[in-house]
Design a binder for this molecule. Structure first.
Ligand code: FEO
Ligand code: CA
Ligand code: CA
Length: 723
């Protein structure tokens, strides 16, 4: 989701709904011991933290193998910042566009016309808009997951949102009542694509339009709820009075790839799509009102695209496909209306790309939030599976899920049956970051940690209630409020977990893990404070490298910053080759190379002290480990703020790509041979007009801009990123 200033409306993630009194990171300092006594640090001098020796772990499913390959070394020349309407890749690399908005996924639809004249229904067989997270699954000859196949596979990606002005012919400008055809096209242009891709005779990937695997999942696709919430009163609707069946997924941001070969599409800013009638509050229970408050659906909310405003009678619609986006109490009871429709959103949705007829499953045991994505630790036979998740909104939390069942590698290619086994039963935890560099995972299970019916925040009378109100459960147990948790990933070389905290313009207080509050123009931390404008990346190591552990040690891998900012803001000593802002996408490739993508509005401004503006970008890194840096005290308006800064990355962090104008770079994956990279360019020129004024990427000329997947290769056919 864009942070761009051109957005017509404020995004929920940028506002936040967490007004709990929970301490933000670092307000949790253990006052019984002086920090300097514990850490031996001095102002600015930076005594190294003591975390002990970090054991390396194998990255595969053999935990007896403690050997790891040598760390990869970056082997390309960093690209410069750019404001051009092109994609910039390093010297010796090339890219091509593989799959863009409106591209057919069958051999029936005509090519995208570029003028918005495609029908709504055609989008069931075309690429959706706003490409986001992406995953490559190698395909075997028998149509199963073949993790080693680098020449033929299924590409699965999210279509998070829309640039409506370029989607339609004669856009109705979002005026209610909405045009039924336009609303339908918008619903179909959301969701997920599954497309088979294969190398042609020239060795270049192309979409196999005749493939039976090709599929669009949309905001209207029938789905089922699975796990503890399924069948509960919270999700009873007129569509299914048993509370199991539901429709669609929306605002799918980041993703997850399960160890058994399915895809998780995660629902991020879903709340903004719902309409609530003014005065609905009078008809709702106190618990229902708490859910609306905490997930951000206001009484009188119009809904982002006002789909509920379509005149269904005039359009001949009888299945309430539009009106169900109004989540108000309009009838006598929940089985007669869609008051609970919003509770069917906010989940991780499992899609089996290898079974095009399968019904996606919403895995409710993983909690309900503004799900950015879901990232698994390496699966180890005989051990529980562990997945990490971020809730992307200001001051929200970081979570992890630990499966009840231990991993059995025989479940690879097990489809939804494996999902039922591992994702419907387990423990959900939320993170508390302590000021002394340690952290705790707090279990969100009904009946413990105060999560009972008597809780004053919410009546947690069952695990279903804990899950539908995950944010409130996390509030109740004292989780640490964070600066917008975005993507995460596990370093396959040492098991450490990284997670981007993209920015937080609303924070004024500082604390150990969010130690910077500064002026966006000058970087001054003592005047005109604008919050944490540029974001940072936190990382942690679980105790004994056991991902199911309930304690960890953390530091800050990198502080995003303009190179020109003062050293106490540019704490990672970024320079022109690697300075960045608002890290969002993050992915460890199997070699242990870290890829960082930005969704930024703070480095695109021309400002007085530094006019080296740039479009959004992707960087590559070979990171060190928790504790490789130093203790440091950041000067603030009121004193100093201690923190733990990872070793400055130097040339082990380099800018690899810069995108076209007014885009976000999000979603990255590679073929298993590390020789082909897929990157998504989201919403180029989204703030533009008709005719397009900001961007014409990728076609150039006067064309409408399109979100698209690009393919990056090395001209000499070598592995991406290394020498
Ligand atoms: Fe859709 Fe959190 O970015
Ligand atoms: Ca973002
Ligand atoms: Ca994102």
């Amino acid at each position: 989701m864009a942070d761009h200033q051109h957005d017509s409306s404020l995004e929920l993630e940028d506002i936040g709904t967490n007004d709990s009194s929970n301490t933000h990171i670092g307000e949790l300092i253990d006052a019984r011991l002086s920090r300097r006594q514990v850490l031996g640090g001095g102002l600015g001098a930076g005594a190294a933290m003591v975390f002990g020796t970090l054991p390396l772990v194998g990255c595969a499913d053999d935990d007896d193998d403690n050997s790891v390959a040598p760390a990869p070394k970056l082997g390309f020349t960093a690209v410069d910042k750019s404001t051009d309407d092109i994609v910039v890749v390093p010297e010796g690399y090339s890219y091509s566009v593989l799959y863009a908005l409106g591209d057919p996924i069958d051999d029936v639809q005509p090519e995208w016309a570029g003028d918005g004249t495609e029908t709504a229904d055609s989008y069931l067989k075309r690429s959706g808009d706003h490409h986001d997270a992406i995953a490559y699954f190698g395909l075997s000859a028998s149509g199963e997951w073949s993790p080693k196949n680098s020449s033929n596979g299924l590409l699965v990606m999210n279509h998070e949102a829309l640039t409506t002005i370029y989607l339609h012919d004669a856009y109705d400008n979002n005026v209610a009542p909405r045009d039924a055809g336009q609303a339908q096209k918008e619903i179909y242009a959301h969701g997920v694509s599954v497309v088979e891709i294969s190398k042609n005779l020239a060795g270049e990937f192309e979409v196999v339009r005749t493939s039976d695997f090709n599929r669009r999942v949309t905001a209207q696709t029938p789905m089922v709820l699975s796990g503890p919430l399924a069948g509960s009163d919270w999700v009873v609707t007129k569509y299914d009075t048993n509370g199991v069946n539901c429709r669609g997924t929306v605002n799918n941001c980041a993703n997850g790839v399960t160890p058994w070969g399915t895809y998780l599409a995660c629902e991020e800013n879903w709340a903004g799509y719902f309409t609530r009638n003014a005065g609905d509050a009078a008809a709702r229970t106190a618990a229902e009102l708490e859910l609306f408050r905490r997930y951000g659906i206001k009484d009188g909310a119009a809904g982002r695209h006002k789909w509920a405003s379509v005149d269904e009678a005039a359009a001949g619609v009888t299945d309430e496909r539009f009106s169900r986006w109004n989540t108000s109490a309009t009838a006598a009871s929940a089985d007669l209306d869609y008051r609970n429709e919003h509770n069917t959103m906010g989940w991780c949705v499992e899609i089996d790309p290898f079974d095009p007829a399968s019904t996606p499953k919403k895995r409710t045991a993983l909690g309900r939030m503004g799900h950015e994505g879901c990232w698994f630790a390496p699966a180890v036979a005989g051990k529980p599976l562990v997945a990490y998740m971020g809730d992307d909104s200001q001051f929200e939390y970081i979570y992890k899920f630990v499966s009840t069942q231990n991993w059995n590698p025989a479940d690879v290619n097990g489809g939804h049956a494996a999902g039922d086994k591992y994702l419907d039963s387990g423990k959900l935890y939320v993170a508390r970051f302590n000021n002394n560099g340690t952290g705790t995972w707090i279990e969100l299970t009904h009946g413990i940690n105060g999560l009972t019916e008597e809780n004053t925040l919410f009546p947690f009378d069952s695990q279903a209630s804990v899950l539908v109100a995950t944010r409130l459960a996390a509030d109740a147990v004292g989780a640490t409020r964070m600066d917008r948790p975005e993507w995460g990933g596990v370093n396959p070389r040492n098991g450490e977990v990284y997670l981007t905290l993209t920015n937080n313009s609303s924070r004024s207080a500082t604390n150990a893990a969010n130690p910077r509050v500064y002026d966006k123009d000058t970087g001054s931390s003592t005047t005109s404070l604008n919050g944490n404008v540029n974001g940072h990346i936190v990382r942690w190591r679980e105790t004994d490298n056991n991902h199911a552990a309930t304690a960890f040690a953390w530091d800050i891998y990198v502080f995003a910053s303009r190179a020109a900012y003062p050293a106490y803001v540019n704490l990672s000593f970024l320079d022109d080759s690697n300075d960045m802002s608002s890290p969002d996408g993050l992915w460890f490739d199997p070699r242990g190379m870290l890829w960082i993508q930005t969704d930024d509005g703070a480095y695109t401004e021309a400002i007085a002290t530094d006019d080296t503006a740039t479009n959004c970008m992707m960087l590559a890194a070979v990171p060190g480990k928790v504790g490789d840096g130093a203790y440091y005290e950041v000067p603030t308006a009121t004193g100093t703020q201690p923190t733990y800064v990872g070793k400055a990355p130097g040339t082990d962090l380099r800018r690899f790509l810069v995108g076209p104008v007014d885009c976000e770079i999000t979603g990255v994956c590679m073929t298993p041979d590390n020789k082909t990279m897929f990157v998504n360019i989201q919403h180029p020129g989204e703030g533009g007009t008709l005719p397009p004024t900001l961007s014409n990427w990728p076609a150039g000329g006067s064309a409408r801009p399109r979100s698209a997947t690009i393919v990056i290769t090395r001209d000499d056919g070598g592995e991406i990123g290394i020498a």
